[in-house]
Design a protein around this ligand. Structure first.
Ligand code: ASP
Length: 438
């Protein structure tokens, strides 16, 4: 059995956190491949090492003195090394980093050093082999090279019983360092799990898994025990953030479950993310998430329903202006397009005139400051009255529903409300399904 364990920045922010991580790894012999992030924040006011590296490199790029900033970064690692009582010196590493900053090795190189150095410390602390991600995670111009990475990783790890592979970065064919987007160590963990066909991908962070709703809106919300990849996609797209959105894909292809765990509460089971399950979620819904800042463009034209190609032409007006759309609810004579307000605002008049040119509508009406809420749950398919309950809860809270969209998969219901009603709407939906346990 082999488990890939990824630890987030807050789990590795100090020597004390490293010790917790060491205990977790040593408690289970199957935890053979470890993917660390860079040291994160030790408290709310602290700065992540990745951000320190970006700031430091910016100075180097402007040919300014960055010695003070590099020293502060070094102090973060030295504190961990000292706290763990390791006989390890990062002198050579920091000399190389200083030099490479002077030679302007690039922003990605700079940021990647956070994980690289933490990986060296982690390998030394655990007595595991250190594998530089630049040797096994391969990028090309389109992103990461799945086939090459899989092949290299599988080959390398088949010869190695236990290893530490730093997260967040890899290398381009010319050897230069490339990072994933922020939070990308989650993706590295998933890629490693896929390559070795791991039994589980454990992702250790500072919360005990996913919650049914955002704790900034709902006081102490219930946790989610099991969630499917598809449900998670819906929720993370709508703003639930514990795991990097793209981290699902590599493991999903191999049907490997992800277990989100809490380094500060290892006894909690966390959340299991699986392909499919016969386990019912505790409530009819699995989770609620949402985002503010949308606007709707309502296009009206008599007899639109019989005009072939109308929808395509509407969307063409958005495509021509490089705007992606979120939802397109439609009626007999109306077609509405939901877009992100900040993407749309500067181009709105261009889109309106494109719509006139392409579709010749009777009228166009724009409504701003809208929020979208996704109520997600595999249980909705087999439960009658879910939509009814959502809308009666919203009506009771005097919330005006502006849009309803239920996918044919019956996995989610998307509701559009005014930005100002967003929090109240989430509370109403949470209460009806979770607090009152209907
Ligand atoms: N250290 C990187 C970041 O702060 C990547 C990660 O932690 O996953 O975004």
């Amino acid at each position: 059995m082999a488990k890939v364990v990824k630890f987030g920045g807050s789990s590795l922010a100090s020597a004390e956190q490293f010790k917790k991580v060491g205990d977790i790894i040593r408690a289970d012999a199957d935890r053979r491949y470890v993917v660390p992030s860079a040291p994160g924040k030790r408290d709310k006011k602290d700065t992540k090492v990745t951000d320190m590296l970006y700031a430091c490199y910016e100075l180097a790029e402007e040919d300014k003195d960055f010695s003070k900033e590099l020293k502060a970064i070094r102090a973060r690692y030295d504190e961990i090394i000292k706290g763990l009582k390791l006989k390890l010196s990062l002198d050579d590493e920091f000399d190389a980093i200083e030099n490479n900053f002077k030679f302007k090795y690039g922003k990605d190189y700079a940021a990647s050093r956070g994980e690289y150095l933490n990986g060296i410390i982690m390998a030394n602390y655990l007595g595991y082999e250190f594998i530089d991600a630049a040797d096994v995670i391969c990028f090309n111009n389109d992103g990461y090279d799945v086939k090459k990475t899989n092949r290299l990783l599988a080959k390398r790890l088949s010869k190695c019983e236990r290893a530490v592979i730093p997260g967040f970065y890899g290398a381009l064919p010319d050897g230069s360092i490339k990072t994933f987007s922020r939070g990308g160590s989650d993706i590295t963990g998933s890629i490693v799990a896929r390559a070795i066909k791991a039994d589980v991908y454990e992702n250790w962070t500072d919360v005990s898994g996913f919650l049914v709703a955002d704790p900034r809106i709902i006081d102490n919300p219930a946790g989610i025990e099991t969630i499917t990849y598809r449900e998670l996609r819906e929720l993370s797209y709508m703003g639930a953030s514990v795991l990097h959105e793209e981290a699902i894909f590599p493991v999903r292809q191999e049907g490997i479950p992800i277990n989100i765990r809490n380094t500060n509460a290892p006894e909690d089971n966390g959340t299991w993310i699986v392909e499919s399950t016969c386990q019912k979620s505790k409530y009819v819904i699995t989770g609620i998430a949402g985002k503010k800042g949308f606007c709707s463009i309502n296009i009206e034209k008599e007899m639109m329903n019989s005009e072939i190609g109308f929808g395509r032409r509407v969307l063409q007006a958005f495509e021509q202006n490089d705007i992606s759309f979120e939802h397109t609810p439609s009626g007999i004579d109306t077609f509405t397009v939901f877009v992100h307000q900040d993407e749309f605002i500067d181009k709105e008049q261009k889109v309106v005139s494109a719509l006139h040119r392409l579709c010749n509508p009777d009228s166009i009406d724009i409504e701003a400051d809208l929020a979208l809420i996704a109520v997600v749950g595999r249980g909705m398919k087999s439960t009658r009255g879910t939509a009814g309950r959502i809308f009666s809860a919203l009506a009771h809270s005097r919330i005006n529903v502006k849009m309803i969209d239920q996918g044919s998969s019956e996995l989610n219901i998307i509701i559009g409300v005014a930005n100002a009603d967003f929090e109240e709407a989430i509370k109403a939906i949470y209460d009806i399904f979770v607090t009152t346990k209907l």
